[in-house]
Design a protein around this ligand. Structure first.
Ligand SMILES: *Cc1c(COP(=O)(O)O)cnc(C)c1O
Length: 457
């Protein structure tokens, strides 16, 4: 490193004041019994507050951190607050959060066995645990990607190519993949990116059954592109509904269809004794998406993509470049070969550390806590004279309606609750109707907090 330019050497030199500043901030945050919910921001106000910050000579770290603390961070609704009950919240363990800092401060990557055998072995250990929980065979394996959307895209790419190969089709020949309307939006997006035509399976009930699937296939014109795979959802994001995994999975295996299970939100329900049986058949999957940053208590951003036969994924995703040849000696499969990415941080390590420290029993208990809270809240809704359950909840999402309410009433409630920092609760739509919705994953969310929401109706 050149000593001639102090501005250059300063950037990479250990600075005790800067370090204390940041570590003190992190310690204070970690010590909060309940992080503040904070607020949706106004983008013009925020832009004005940050104007001029990026400049040739830089700023004092204390000033920038203060701006972050007082302005930036306050305009981010905290997904890890126990009062965050919208979308899918997050609830990282202290061990996972702390280890995330180690991964960052050591620039730990998990690209290839050649460079990163240690972090890959640890990531694979926790992936193996997830595969065991789902009942996948010993040969299964996968990698961690940025989110469920990336995991679904990775899996459906493999589904497409494997489907073509096993039917001896041309490289770019059209194929289709079946899904129901309840499938997550990222599935539709992935199919569009991959130029795969969707076959929408009409369902008689809320969950897709094998009868729904066979009916849809029977209606297909034999001249249409072949259906090479089926996507089932194990816990819809909107309502927590699980498709008939066993029926669809057995049909898929018998008919040479790739069976992808999107369990990005719901997969952690495998850990809870009272919801485990809902997942019967997930072990038949060719690929499974599960998001540790949702209900497995890991910080953003991490999703697992698991394959029954990782070799099929490597055949599709491995990047071929002269400077990478050295990574593929001895026929090894690297994490980077299993999805659309090359450089990757070892983003599975915070989960690995936390599971190793806390033990799997604590994970089961924590997921079960949200399932139990869901049932208590359902009971509260049933016994409330002006509330109704929209459907019976089974994982940790509750859809409810206030009799007589319109869309605007739910939006007003959302605004009132965030203004008073009581909760973040957003409505959803169910069969064309705007309804109230809670999603619980934080073990710190209490029935009292939910009562505070109902008290504000
Ligand atoms: C959240 C979710 C996704 C998308 O995952 P991201 O991590 O947000 O990209 C996909 N499918 C289901 C069922 C989900 O719940």
């Amino acid at each position: 490193m050149s000593d001639s330019n102090p501005a250059v050497t300063r950037m990479h030199k250990y600075n005790p004041e800067l370090t204390d500043l940041v570590f003190d901030y992190m310690r204070d945050r970690l010590a909060m019994p309940e992080v503040p919910l904070d607020f949706p921001g106004d983008k013009d106000v925020l832009a004005a507050a940050l104007a001029g910050l990026i400049k040739p000579e830089g700023n004092a770290a204390a000033d920038v951190l203060k701006l972050y603390d007082e302005v930036v961070s306050r305009a981010v609704v905290s997904g890890d607050s126990p009062r965050f009950m919208a979308f899918i919240p997050t609830a990282p363990t202290k061990a996972a959060l702390l280890f995330d800092m180690i991964v960052s401060c050591a620039s730990i990557q998990g690209i290839s066995w050649l460079e990163a055998a240690g972090s890959i072995t640890a990531e694979n250990q926790v992936l193996r645990w997830m595969a065991d929980v789902a009942g996948l065979p010993q040969g299964a394996g996968g990698t961690f990607v940025s989110g469920g959307s990336a995991a679904n895209l990775a899996a459906l790419t493999v589904a497409r190519e494997t489907g073509r190969d096993s039917r001896v089709m041309k490289k770019r020949a059209p194929v289709r993949i079946a899904l129901s309307k309840q499938a997550h939006s990222s599935i539709g997006n992935s199919l569009a990116i991959l130029d795969i035509e969707p076959l929408i399976v009409e369902t008689i009930g809320f969950a897709m059954t094998v009868e729904d699937l066979t009916r849809a296939l029977a209606k297909c014109d034999p001249n249409d592109p072949p259906v090479v795979g089926i996507v089932a959802t194990a816990g819809t994001t909107n309502a927590g509904i699980l498709d008939d995994l066993a029926g669809i999975g057995n049909f898929a295996r018998a008919n040479n269809l790739w069976f992808h299970v999107d369990a990005a939100y719901g997969g952690a329900g495998l850990l809870a004794p009272s919801t485990r049986s809902l997942f019967a058949g997930i072990e038949l999957a060719d690929s499974i998406t599960m998001d540790p940053h949702k209900w497995w208590f890991a910080p953003f951003d991490v999703a697992a993509i698991l394959y029954r036969e990782p070799k099929l994924a490597a055949a599709v995703h491995t990047q071929d470049a002269s400077y990478l040849d050295v990574l593929h000696e001895d026929d090894v499969i690297n994490p980077t070969d299993l999805a659309y990415h090359l450089t990757r941080r070892a983003r599975g390590l915070p989960l690995w550390f936390s599971v190793a420290v806390n033990g799997t029993k604590a994970y089961s208990d924590a997921v079960e806590a949200s399932v139990q809270l869901t049932q208590e809240v359902a009971e509260l809704v049933r016994s409330h004279p002006e509330l109704e359950l929209v459907i019976e909840p089974n994982l940790s999402v509750v859809l409810w309606r206030r009799i007589g309410w319109q869309a605007k009433d739910y939006r007003d409630l959302q605004d009132r609750l965030i203004a008073s920092q009581t909760a973040f609760v957003t409505p959803t739509s169910w069969q064309g109707e705007t309804v109230g919705r809670f999603a619980f994953v934080h073990p710190g969310t209490t029935i009292e907090m939910v009562n505070e929401v109902f008290a504000a109706l």
